[in-house]
Design a binder for this molecule. Structure first.
Ligand code: CLR
Length: 393
């Protein structure tokens, strides 16, 4: 096959890169990729995808009961997938290799307050360099909706595709409901990076992910690509089921099908929210064909040296301008200074101190919620947000 999207001068280096990937499993970030596939954006910016539908996020707390809030949590989650998994293709022509964050790298931003919603803020910190792990916290004080979590990847190669198992989880907490707080565990789908031979990688999702509310409502989301149940790429089917002791489970089971990058709709009429019945009222459960709202970030002149865009500016400019010599020289500078910091720490018998998060080896909330649907792994670590506006309740 001809790697049509690969610039002629980079063909052999692309073939080499693919071969490296194929004979390798673990942390892709350390592999050297040809310039055409490099993205000028660091992985610390990726948690911003969670916030690009700010109205859907803050309005989760407006649900009238547990069922309504679970529906809203599912709707917001599905609506973030397009940004998470197809936006590089839209912006840069294909999936690309993001910049590999340094330990301690930070990313901040917000979605400003409007008439219909309060301000949502995002704090991201790179909490491990090898393997890369990113911790994040997103918070809307007005509605009391908070998302916190961490993200890592385990990669392998199979049938010509990169398989990415996401590690980590997210917790969605609704603070200050009349009934107290309500927590949801969100797990993450598996990725398959296809299109490698052609030099135009794209992401498809597979397997399942879950949104388990502590009051028993559970969304099970199944992902399929081309050639599976709908034959369309980026397809999913989500089933929201009530707690085991619910008096009318059948009428309160919600089934939604569609594509996460375009539209989805109820395929089984639910007794609840009759306006969402197929063919009635609002036709779609999610419709993300319209624009999303990107995060607002302070100008670099006001950022610290540790903030992602400022830290990587020269590398990013090199990549964008096609000046890969500059990009690689600047990248080496950053890496050398990181190595020196690690050496100095070792000599002094200290370790790097996280600024906004604290690592806990076992997350009891995760354990409790994962046990409700038999989620794996049975236990997991967590990075708890300890910034100035941490919510204590
Ligand atoms: C990071 C966490 C986000 C969702 C997300 C989307 C795309 C993923 C990314 C995560 C991790 C890094 C990733 C990327 C797609 C490609 C890239 C797996 C999971 C790898 C490292 C790059 C492979 C290189 C090819 C493009 C050649 O919430």
């Amino acid at each position: 096959t001809d790697a049509t999207a690969v610039p002629p001068a980079q063909k052999s280096s692309w073939t080499n890169f693919i071969k490296q990937i194929a004979s390798f499993s673990g942390d892709l970030s350390s592999l050297t990729a040809p310039p055409f596939i490099l993205s000028p954006v660091s992985l610390t910016e990726f948690p911003a995808y969670w916030g690009e539908r700010p109205e859907l996020f803050s309005s989760i707390a407006e649900g009238v009961d547990e069922e309504d809030r679970s529906v809203r949590a599912l709707k917001w989650f599905i609506a973030t997938l397009k940004g998470q998994y197809t936006s590089r293709n839209e912006k840069m022509g294909s999936e690309k290799k993001p910049l590999n964050p340094v330990l301690g790298e930070l990313f901040f931003g917000e979605w400003p307050e409007t008439e219909t919603r309060g301000k949502t803020t995002l704090t991201v910190e790179q909490v491990s360099h090898h393997p890369p792990v990113t911790a994040y916290r997103m918070y809307n004080a007005k509605s009391g909706v908070e998302l916190s979590g961490f993200s890592g990847q385990k990669t392998s190669f199979s049938g010509g595709s990169i398989i990415v198992k996401q590690t980590g989880h997210a917790l969605l907490t609704l603070h200050g409901l009349p009934t107290g707080k309500e927590r949801y565990l969100i797990t993450l789908p598996r990725l398959r990076i296809d299109g490698l031979w052609y030099g135009s990688p794209y992401t498809e999702l597979s397997d399942m992910s879950y949104i388990q509310c502590e009051n028993g409502w559970l969304s099970t989301i199944e992902y399929k690509g081309k050639g599976y149940f709908s034959g369309k790429p980026h397809s999913f089917k989500a089933v929201l089921t009530p707690p085991y002791n619910h008096p009318a489970p059948e009428e309160h089971t919600h089934v939604i099908e569609g594509t996460w990058h375009e539209t989805s709709a109820y395929t089984k009429a639910s007794g609840f929210q009759p306006e969402l019945k197929p063919g009635l009222g609002t036709p779609y459960f999610t419709d993300v064909r319209g624009p999303k709202e990107e995060i607002t970030v302070k100008p670099e002149s006001e950022q610290s040296e540790w903030e992602s865009r400022k830290l990587w500016r020269k590398v990013a400019d090199g990549i964008k301008n096609g000046d890969y010599e500059v990009a690689s020289k600047e990248k080496t500078k950053i890496e050398t200074s990181q190595r020196q910091m690690r050496k100095d720490e070792q000599a002094a018998g200290t370790t790097w101190k996280l600024k906004y998060f604290e690592k806990i080896p076992h997350d009891e909330v995760y354990e409790h919620l994962a046990s409700m649907y038999g989620g794996q792994p049975p236990t997991e670590e967590m990075y708890v947000y300890i910034g100035p506006d941490a919510v204590k309740d």
